[in-house]
Write a protein that binds this ligand. Structure first.
Ligand code: NAD
Length: 361
């Protein structure tokens, strides 16, 4: 029986529409091959939404997103909107989307593509074969904890403070997502905290350890965040799935991303409970190359693959896309951002056509 999915597409700004168009072509081929039906609904977000409606996240867009099975976003922002007041900035639209959909789990894979291994700042023997996923808690921890502020103390000195706080249920729900992702991947989960110093981390560790009883097939380990940062650089192949809080995850997911060496290749996902997931490339709207057919559409296409795997539970369709990306790179085709000697330089649209051919094989 044909599976039917309603997708909200948010092309956004800059290179967004160019790379989204490639992803949509890819999804159309996937639909035919895997007997799926995608209903595409376009909506406005970011700078383009400001231009049309005066707001970075129109109510209509949020409503459409909530009514869909998954949301695929390209990128938002650009010079034109940089000087608007904060509540009218494109980024406010993105934050509104994440909070409006209550997306508390951020998934950032860092996979070494064998053909791009030279782009990594690490040595080949260290980086070869790396395939890891950072699961970051996105809506709690020190970025949102109360009380917080800057005040002047009785001694006349100013003091700034924030509160790092997690409730047991917040740890449980992100850990559950991470255990389930580890089960779909290599079956190993490493929880990262600072339980040797922080009480909030001790609670984190206790809850993750308790939840592990429900997942006997997953091999659970714990690392302090300082050691985790060191191990990610020294021996990244040891990791499969990492779960951590908001602050540590912010830092470690960027560290993991830089291991791969190329921003135009990195997808991401944000998930909640009983709500559609949001899937988007890690990179921004690249206004410096917008409209020039120079953008690398692969992070967008790989975000569509993540949508199929983690949002729509279609792992075979996801793998088919990932294999097509692999094959096009193997054949030597590169956009400018990942170009190296003796490879064939192509633009965004040509890369899209090559992908379609690879998918149809
Ligand atoms: P950026 O990621 O847009 O660009 C950084 C550099 O990488 C640029 O030189 C750009 O040309 C290049 N690049 C990025 N993606 C590429 C791709 N797919 N193919 C080829 N080259 C690519 O980051 P920035 O320049 O700091 O920000 C530009 C705008 O994007 C800003 O308005 C920023 O606020 C916004 N932004 C949006 C998001 C998002 O939508 N999630 C994330 C980061 C930045």
């Amino acid at each position: 029986m044909t599976q039917n999915y309603r997708l909200t597409l948010l092309p956004g700004d800059g290179i967004g529409p160019e790379i989204m168009s490639v992803a949509v072509d890819v999804l159309k081929v996937i639909a035919k091959r895997f007997d799926l039906e995608f209903e595409f609904h376009y909506a406005l977000v970011g700078g383009s939404a400001i231009d049309e409606t005066g707001e970075p996240l129109p109510q209509e867009t949020l409503k459409q997103c909530k009514e869909s099975d998954a949301v695929l976003l390209a990128a938002i922002g650009g010079y034109k909107w940089d000087n608007l007041p904060r509540h009218q900035r494109p980024e406010t639209g993105l934050l509104g989307l994440r909070s409006g959909l209550q997306l508390f789990a951020n998934l950032r894979p860092a996979t070494i593509v064998p053909q791009l291994i030279e782009a990594s700042p690490l040595k080949r023997e260290i980086i070869e074969g790396v395939d890891l996923m950072v699961v970051r808690e996105l809506t709690g921890g020190i970025y949102f904890g109360e009380p917080k502020g800057i005040f002047t103390d009785t001694d006349g000195h100013q003091r700034g403070f924030n509160t790092m706080v997690y409730a047991d249920w917040e740890v449980d729900r992100i850990a559950k997502v991470a255990f389930e992702i580890a089960a779909k991947r290599g079956g190993k989960l490493c929880s990262v905290d600072k339980a040797n110093v922080l009480d909030v981390s001790q609670l984190w560790r206790d809850r993750v350890t308790l939840l592990a009883n429900d997942y006997p097939e997953i091999e659970l380990s714990h690392l302090y965040v300082d050691n985790a940062a060191m191990q990610l650089v020294r021996s990244p192949r040891q990791f499969d799935t990492i779960v951590t809080g908001n602050l540590f995850g912010d830092i470690l997911s960027d560290l993991a991303a830089v291991l791969t060496g190329s921003i135009g290749m990195l997808p991401s996902a944000s998930l909640g409970q009983g709500v559609p997931g949001l899937f988007e490339p890690v990179h921004g709207s690249a206004p410096d190359i917008a409209g020039m057919d120079k953008a690398n559409p692969l992070a967008q296409v790989l975000s569509a693959a993540m949508m199929l795997r983690y949002g729509l539970d279609q792992p075979q369709a996801a793998s088919h896309i990932e294999q097509a990306v692999h094959n096009v790179l193997e054949a030597g085709y590169r956009t400018g951002d990942i170009m190296s000697r003796e490879m064939t330089l192509v633009g965004c649209q040509a890369m899209g056509k090559l992908l379609i051919t690879a998918l149809e094989v």
